[in-house]
Design a protein around this ligand. Structure first.
Ligand code: ASP
Ligand code: MG
Length: 417
């Protein structure tokens, strides 16, 4: 008998038919002799609709009441999924977050889990019941309902799997797993069977939104392996766990972020403290700067370019202009027509020359690179946005499709040895 946590996202619960199908799936696992905890999100786009509703009565809805409102979405799912399970003659017990013992801090709409007291869950499991828990919600020290940030049901599932030392944690969604690239942009993209926490986190931060980042961070911290798989399709999905550099692919995925803009400040004084002033001012306004390049100074002047999220562009531009004026810089420009292409893979730590291969792939496709940044397991290049699709396809071909060809060439030899 294994303890299995299964999380179902909003798209898997958007209709009564889907709720019944989810119940059936859960009951099948239970009848194979396992203990099952089901974590559910709100039906379909409910959370978006509730937020819109709140905004109709308040220009900036207060966090405490907003959380109260948002938590109702998951409550509906818990009740309906539990009923659907009972309809199949299995016993179910539905829990709001606070009965499940999920205690958080007081930071409404993005609360952090502080501790979990799963006594009631354990009791019901021991009685042989299927436990259904509302994702995305907890209780603050002030006994107010809190929510865990958008996509927070993932976190509920991972946290419960951690505290209860579940044998399996499965995140069910509307795609078969994590892909080597967005299949809408790269038709040759394929499912990644095995991925490390680090790669999954980098993918989330480079534009591939599969799971809540906080949930992946939590899984990494407490070493909770999990799978991402489709609710209504066959397949094992993607397993995410701790991987050695040797086990990991040199490049496991290619991602595209076209929601950034570039700001350039021309001819700032080339002296200590200039970059500090600019980026401290941006930091003070909570603006996340991603890539930064500064060229080699000439006649005591240098140019600095950096990227920010598109939504922060106006504010960043205003700050950059103020600082630039104070510094006596020449001018500030903004450029929205950019895209960031990234390759991610823990295996690249062991393989020199990966950056060169990426630049060559882009050059061969006639694509100019405007900015570059690297980390241990990621290389990103900024290119013109209209070339984004061509760029991502060229890079995917170089690292993913060519790897496949190489593997199939060497496979027979490997069988012999
Ligand atoms: N319903 C919440 C949201 O839409 C939580 C979740 O789906 O995980 O963000
Ligand atoms: Mg979700």
């Amino acid at each position: 008998m294994a303890l299995i946590v299964q999380k179902f996202g909003g798209s898997s619960l958007s209709t009564v038919e889907k709720i019944k199908a989810v119940a059936k799936r859960v009951v099948t696992v239970k009848r194979q002799g396992h203990q099952v905890i089901v974590v559910v999100s709100a039906m379909g786009k409910t959370t978006d609709e509730l937020i819109a509703l709140a905004k109709q009565v308040h220009h900036q809805p207060p966090g405490r009441e907003l959380d109260l409102l948002l938590s109702t979405g998951e409550m509906v799912s818990v009740a309906l999924v539990s009923m659907a399970i009972e309809e199949l003659s299995e016993e179910a017990e539905g829990f709001p977050g606070y009965f499940a013992g999920i205690r958080t801090d007081t930071l409404h709409t993005k609360a952090r889990i502080k501790r979990i007291e799963p006594i009631r869950i354990q009791k019901e499991l021991e009685k042989g019941k299927i436990v259904v828990v509302a994702g995305f919600q907890g209780l603050s020290p002030e006994d107010a309902i809190t929510t865990l940030g958008r996509g927070g049901s993932d976190l509920t599932a991972i946290a419960l799997a951690a505290i209860l030392q579940a044998d399996r944690c499965e995140i069910f969604t509307d795609v078969p797993g994590v892909f080597t690239a967005d299949p809408n942009r790269v038709p040759q993209a394929k499912l990644i069977p095995l991925l490390s926490y680090e790669e999954m986190l980098e993918m989330a931060s480079t534009g591939a939104k599969v799971m809540q980042s906080r949930a992946v961070e939590f899984a990494k911290k407490y070493r909770v392996p999990f799978t991402v798989r489709a609710t209504f399709q066959e397949g094992e999905g993607t397993m995410v766990k701790e991987l050695d550099v040797q086990e990991g692919a040199v490049v496991s995925s290619v991602s595209l972020d076209d929601k950034q803009a570039k700001i350039s400040v021309f001819r700032v004084p080339d002296q200590p403290g200039v970059a500090a002033r600019l980026f401290q001012a941006l930091g003070a306004e909570n603006i996340n700067v991603d890539m930064i390049v500064q060229n080699v100074g000439q006649d005591n002047r240098a140019d600095i370019s950096f990227t920010v999220n598109l939504i922060d562009l106006e504010k960043s531009l205003q700050i950059a202009r103020e600082i630039a004026t104070g510094l006596g810089a020449e001018r500030v420009t903004a450029d929205e027509d950019i895209a960031k292409i990234s390759i991610i893979g823990i295996g690249m730590m062991n393989h020199p020359g990966v950056a060169g291969r990426m630049f060559h792939a882009l050059a061969s496709a006639g694509i100019n690179i405007e900015m570059i940044s690297t980390s241990e397991i990621k290389i990103s290049c900024v290119v013109r946005r209209k070339q984004a699709d061509r760029a991502i396809q060229a890079v995917h071909r170089e690292f993913i499709e060519s790897q496949e060809r190489e593997q199939s060439r060497t496979a027979p030899d490997r069988e012999v040895t």
